[in-house]
Design a protein. Structure first.
Length: 304
């Protein structure tokens, strides 16, 4: 069992709120979690992902601390790869079309030449513009998966680049809507303060806006960060829940140290001092607990 689950304490309000979201017992579909560093945002996000997986809910996690060049194309590719590439064949075909000079793909060819093609695309480019593109989704359930060529979009003008983004975005949300037609799908965004402007623009204008407008009723999402969370105020009240993360109190610190970290030898006075020293901040408290655990396991004997 992973440590984040072994050591998880408190955050019951956020956890129970998320359970209501994935059970569709509330109209809220977007949870914004804003808290300073070390308050346990990543713990919470990991706990929510574990809950989704335990309930067999498709879930995609995006951690913006990994410093990759996040943009709309990276986002949709990451979502596809985590939710299941077979659900996004049509989008992958559009991506391959937009990032290749000339492509002809059938599902049979993508599967090694066997079977009749269930997806067919014809593409011609003029100065980077797609002049003809026809996508027909067929035997996805039969196991055919179109492989992404992982090229980048190259366009001769901003107009062409924008046109390609619209095509890929539309294909992504068409596939996502099909996946979420009869089941809940979850998106979890961690360390939002590290997001790029390009990715933030797409998430707000495309992803979150579709939730607000009721186009993805089975999609739930959590965005956690120290700052710079989207300003979803007027017009978003029906679907947005906002929350922070308070420091642990004495009861939760005692539970964490004694029951989760197994530091049972600590006296109430020592625990109170640790609460004071850490300010109830989970990150600092975890560091102190790590140090205490090392000290308790150390061997003072002569090892030379």
């Amino acid at each position: 069992m992973p440590q984040f689950l072994d050591w998880f304490v408190d955050r019951e309000k956020q956890y129970q709120g998320f359970l209501k979201m994935i059970a569709r017992e509330t109209p809220k579909q977007i949870m914004l979690v804003e808290a300073p560093a070390g308050m346990g945002k990543t713990w919470l996000i990991q706990r929510l992902r574990h809950e989704c997986r335990a309930r067999q809910i498709p879930v995609a996690l995006f951690d913006f601390r990994d410093r990759r060049p996040w943009d709309y194309l990276t986002l949709v590719r990451q979502a596809r790869d985590q939710l299941g590439p077979g659900h996004f064949n049509a989008m992958t075909a559009v991506i391959n079309a937009a990032t290749s000079v000339e492509v002809r793909v059938t599902a049979g060819e993508a599967a090694g030449g066997a079977g009749s093609g269930g997806v067919e695309m014809h593409l011609a480019t003029e100065g980077g513009a797609i002049t003809d593109s026809e996508i027909q989704v067929g035997d996805v359930a039969g196991g055919h998966i179109i492989k992404d060529n992982f090229f980048v979009v190259r366009a001769d003008s901003e107009t062409v680049r924008r046109s390609i983004e619209v095509r890929i975005t539309d294909a992504f949300f068409t596939c996502l809507a099909q996946l979420a037609a009869d089941q809940v799908v979850a998106f979890l965004f961690d360390s939002y303060e590290e997001i790029t402007q390009e990715a933030d623009r797409w998430i707000q204008a495309q992803f979150l806006a579709r939730i607000r407008d009721g186009l993805l009723p089975n999609l739930v999402t959590v965005l956690a960060g120290r700052e710079n969370l989207p300003d979803l105020s007027s017009g978003w009240e029906h679907c947005v829940a906002r929350t922070g993360l308070a420091p642990f109190d004495l009861e939760h610190v005692t539970e964490y140290l004694r029951e989760k970290r197994k530091l049972t030898e600590l006296s109430p006075e020592e625990i109170a001092l640790l609460v004071q020293a850490s300010g109830g901040t989970p990150g600092l408290l975890g560091t102190l607990a790590d140090n205490l655990a090392v000290e308790s396991e150390s061997d003072d004997g002569d090892w030379l």
